[in-house]
Design a binder for this molecule. Structure first.
Ligand SMILES: [Fe+2]
Ligand SMILES: [Fe+2]
Length: 486
């Protein structure tokens, strides 16, 4: 209650019903305004969505000063302009920008002071553009700068067309208090947004750097993120079966998305020679083997020549065949029993050293057991790297989710061999996304991408063998989530 109201109450003395009614009405309005200020204060720490916050500020300010419309303009110092997305009463809520200094709002920013105008069309500072575009007729305006704690003008809170006359001193005072509180929130929300953008940019760059190490997996992490988020959101829509009881909050989805994006970050610790190994022997190692056997052939020819009987063409062909066999085997994905025997015999001739033999004798794929172990260590490395980040509580499970992306439901995965109940559902989602993308990636120069149908049947097979969560696989395939683009 203001001093003048208190003295008016004292002065009532003799009961004057009319005056009492007026006082009570004023008191109610004051109480309402205070409540709105308290509500705005309470928003602190709970509303970080800048647009939502601006909407609340605009709505509350029109309500309290009984204005017809409000707009909250923010200053974009980088581009030297003002912008708003929240202009009440305008049909389209797209971003409106004004060059710095335009209109009453621009004046309030440049002077860093409140401007109250009773007759807008008679004020040369008023910019009629918006009225002309929308057909609205602005009469009076109260434009109040939102000033941060450090004295920087962050924006302007503009209310227009008071419903019963002109804006009063009381309205002006209220708007100053309201704009001050709003500025604090806008500053916090802007900082929060900047931090989010910085974080987003940082993790995207880290993920791209990981993918970049292996030219054949460009974009893998980003696609696994997109698929995983789509699956998480789709799980929330399922209303029958085992997935119906799972509900992800927006924070859970964010956590899933980050874990998916960062799942292979541990690959930064995997040696290039293993990560980018395309064949059983590296190009250099294959060249050494070829040159060695060529030398052996030359020596055989020389020895024969010295003995006066040239090397028989069949004998030369055996050596040439051995070279071709080794070249073919180096690029093969599988070693048959016959090939294994032939490889052993070549080794017995001393044409291969132990290391070359070990690399060529791999039964499946192109990594030796030691290399395979090193490759698998990327999962533990992912967990260890991610665990070093001080995640907020709502994202605290990112390292654990990433840690499980090569586990299988039946406990036959790696690195820990844990089974279904211990594997978080988010990790089960990332695993489906990871396998699908690894199968269908379009960026392997040495082989065409696997068609979707083949990849889908592999996912289903793996679900049948209890490697993958069958409900998630069916959701992914059934809802065509693989077709979703970022
Ligand atoms: Fe991985
Ligand atoms: Fe992966």
């Amino acid at each position: 209650m203001t001093k003048s109201m208190a003295s008016e109450l004292d002065a009532l003395g003799a009961w004057d019903p009319e005056k009492a009614r007026e006082l009570i009405r004023t008191l109610l309005v004051q109480t309402h305004k205070q409540r709105v200020l308290i509500e705005l204060a309470k928003l602190s720490g709970s509303e970080f969505d800048l647009i939502k916050l601006l909407e609340i500020i605009a709505r509350k300010s029109t309500e309290v000063v009984d204005a017809d419309r409000a707009a909250v303009f923010l200053v974009d110092y980088k581009r030297n302009r003002l912008w708003t997305i929240v202009a009440e009463g305008l049909e389209d809520q797209s971003i409106i920008t004004l060059p710095m200094g335009t209109g009453i709002v621009g004046y309030a920013v440049s002077q860093a002071r409140q401007v109250i105008i009773d007759d807008a069309y008679n004020d040369p500072r008023f910019d009629k553009t918006t009225d002309l575009r929308t057909g609205y007729r602005t009469t009076n305006i109260a434009a109040t700068p939102m000033v941060s704690r450090s004295g920087r003008v962050l924006g302007v809170l503009e209310v227009m067309n008071k419903k019963d006359g002109a804006f009063t001193h009381e309205d002006a005072d209220f708007m100053l208090a309201f704009a001050g509180a709003a500025a604090n929130h806008v500053e916090t929300a802007t900082l929060y947004r900047e931090m989010e953008t910085l974080f987003e940019g940082f993790i995207n760059t880290v993920a791209a750097a990981v993918d970049e190490r292996d030219p054949c997996t460009a974009g893998h992490s980003r696609r696994v993120k997109v698929y995983s988020r789509a699956m998480g959101e789709e799980v929330n829509r399922v209303d029958g079966g085992p997935l119906a009881s799972i509900w992800f909050t927006p924070d859970d989805i964010r956590q899933l998305e980050i874990a998916a994006l960062m799942h292979d970050v541990g690959k930064v610790g995997v040696r290039d020679s293993v990560l980018n190994k395309r064949n059983r022997l590296t190009d250099d190692a294959l060249r050494v083997v070829t040159q060695r056997i060529d030398l052996i052939l030359s020596k055989m020819k020389l020895d024969h020549a010295l003995e006066g009987k040239p090397l028989a063409p069949e004998e030369e062909a055996v050596v040439q065949d051995a070279i071709q066999f080794i070249q073919r085997l180096s690029a093969a994905g599988f070693l048959s029993t016959d090939d294994a025997k032939r490889l052993w015999s070549i080794r017995e001739l001393g044409w291969l050293d132990d290391c070359e033999y070990e690399h060529l004798a791999v039964t499946r794929g192109n990594l030796t057991p030691a290399e395979w172990e090193h490759m698998q260590s990327h999962v533990t490395k992912s967990q260890q790297l991610l665990a070093r980040i001080p995640w907020p509580e709502k994202l605290s499970r990112v390292p654990e989710i990433a840690y499980c992306h090569h586990e299988k439901l039946n406990g036959k995965g790696y690195p820990r061999g844990i089974a279904a109940p211990q594997i978080p559902i988010e990790a089960q989602i990332v695993t489906v996304a990871d396998i699908y993308d690894a199968l269908t990636a379009h960026d392997r120069p040495y082989k065409p991408p696997m068609p979707h149908e083949k990849a889908a049947s592999i996912l289903r097979e793996q679900a049948k063998e209890n490697f993958l969560n069958n409900d998630l696989v069916e959701l992914f395939l059934g809802q065509k989530l693989y077709a979703i683009k970022d």
